[in-house]
Design a protein around this ligand. Structure first.
Ligand code: G6P
Ligand code: MN
Length: 451
């Protein structure tokens, strides 16, 4: 099987390759094609992957090919992972800076920052979807690019159900809850639904019993894990559900905006500097074997340890748990999905797919995040209980904003883009929305299409 990774010079590629190195089964991936516009990043990643293959010492390490030609990368691909960052981490830092100057959130997937990032990314994602449809019409596209739900929906206009979006936060959340309850994550049925970065665990069923109420009744246990410390046991008990960690930006908006404003550096600026140093090191000529992988691993560990640090500061939640630092979310979901499709090994995974009739408040084309049964025919969302009104209102408001982003990216109209910002629940004035758009258009070359 052939896998193509768009954004193949990206930092998380070794997670995927590492997982592939552990797969020796029939029908495994035998060739990985890395596509990236930046040859330096491609070369750095090729080195890290070569170090990984050498360290693994397996005879069947997937062959790695790097290319700057998109059609060449797509031709013959069975699976395409789309993991791009339009505007790079510089762009992410700008998204944050412009928003924070207006006193609103600039996170890459939530609020004003997510809209700016979406406006830059959707035209590129649509073009890639067209290229895939033309050059690799039989391929399955797995979208990692944030904002993942919105970008998947844009690609689905062209690719229909052959594009599936993934995110590791629902899996991580489910795993943490299962562990606390003494259940094996793979045996638990996690009742989760919403949009990407905007969902809730409403139940965790083991052997026909919902075990979540037992956790919700136990304040001490609740406050012993990441989401419990972020939101506080009392708020989780009030909700009767465990929200995705990204809902912290909604439920504690004022506090998170302040924490981000007071931070020495925003997340995007931190990652921009961190990665600049990593790529410079990995690209340096004459390094000893293993050096690129060691630099990557150090950088990854630091990235994991500082994930959502400002939110944890705002909540007084302290450091992350050791068990949350282990990687194994992102690439495991991607591989499990690929395996289920390629080998028709049925699996249940929480994925970003078109709604069909799952949530009655949304139309069938709306991409949602929901448990799906996956087999050779793709991902089929399962029926779920309805969301309570407070969740329905957030989900439909944010889906409304996503639709305005999709419309603005198609029309190129600044008026449509202002509407997207202004209608977001975390942007509190049309005047702010107008200034946000002006600021973003001024600082982002990728938004010059807006007139
Ligand atoms: C989580 C989110 C992803 C995000 C990742 C890295 O896994 O679900 O969408 O890309 O964290 O976040 P970071 O802030 O390190 O880029
Ligand atoms: Mn995510």
């Amino acid at each position: 099987m052939r896998l193509t990774i768009l954004g193949g010079g990206g930092f998380r590629v070794p997670l995927v390759y590492g997982a592939l190195l552990g797969d020796h089964a029939e029908g495994r991936v035998t060739r990985v094609t890395l596509y990236d516009a930046d040859p330096g990043r491609l070369a750095a990643m090729a080195r890290v992957l070569a170090d990984q293959a050498a360290a693994a010492g397996v005879p069947d390490a997937p062959e790695v090919i790097a290319t700057k030609d998109l059609d060449e990368a797509l031709r013959g691909a069975d699976f395409v992972f789309s993991a791009l960052r339009v505007g790079g981490l510089d762009g992410r830092a700008t998204d944050e800076r412009v928003a924070l100057a207006e006193g609103v959130l600039g996170q890459e997937t939530v609020g004003a920052g997510g809209i700016a990032y979406g406006l830059r990314t959707v035209p590129v994602a649509r073009e890639i979807a067209r290229r895939v449809a033309r050059t690799a019409p039989g391929a399955w596209v797995i979208n990692f690019t944030n904002p993942a739900g919105l970008v998947t929906e844009a690609m689905a206009e062209e690719l229909g159900d052959r594009v599936i979006g993934i995110c590791d936060s629902p899996v991580g959340l489910g795993r943490r809850i299962a562990r606390l309850l003494g259940a094996r994550p793979e045996e638990a049925w996690i009742d989760y639904v919403g949009l990407n970065h905007l969902g809730w665990v409403r139940g965790l069923h083991v052997g026909g019993r919902d075990e979540l109420p037992r956790l919700l009744a136990d304040t001490e246990a609740l406050e012993s894990f990441e989401e419990g410390r972020l939101f506080g046991a009392e708020w989780l008990q009030s909700l009767g559900a465990i929200p995705n960690e990204y809902l912290h930006y909604y439920y504690f908006n004022r506090e998170t905006v302040r924490a981000y404003q007071e931070a020495r550096q925003t997340r995007g600026a931190f990652l921009r500097d961190q990665q600049r140093a990593f790529y410079a090191e990995a690209e340096r000529p004459g390094q000893r074997p293993g050096a690129a992988l060691a630099a990557w691993d150090r950088t990854r560990a630091e990235r994991e340890a500082t994930y959502m640090a400002e939110n944890r500061d705002a909540a007084g939640a302290g450091d992350r748990e050791e068990s949350d630092l282990e990687s194994g979310g992102y690439e495991k979901v991607a591989l499990a999905l690929m395996r289920a499709i390629a080998r028709d090994e049925r699996a249940t995974l929480i994925l970003n797919v078109r709604n069909r009739s799952t949530l009655s408040v949304l139309d069938p084309q709306a991409v949602i995040e929901v448990p799906c049964l996956v087999d050779a025919n793709g991902a089929h969302p399962v029926a779920v209980d309805p969301l309570p009104y407070h969740a329905v209102s957030l989900v439909s408001a944010v889906k409304g904003v996503e639709r305005e982003v999709l419309a603005a990216a198609a029309s190129g109209s600044r008026r449509d883009a202002v509407k997207a910002f202004a209608l977001h629940p975390l942007v509190d004035s049309v005047a702010v929305a107008r200034r946000l758009l002006d600021g973003y258009v001024q600082d982002h070359p990728g938004l010059s299409y807006l007139r």
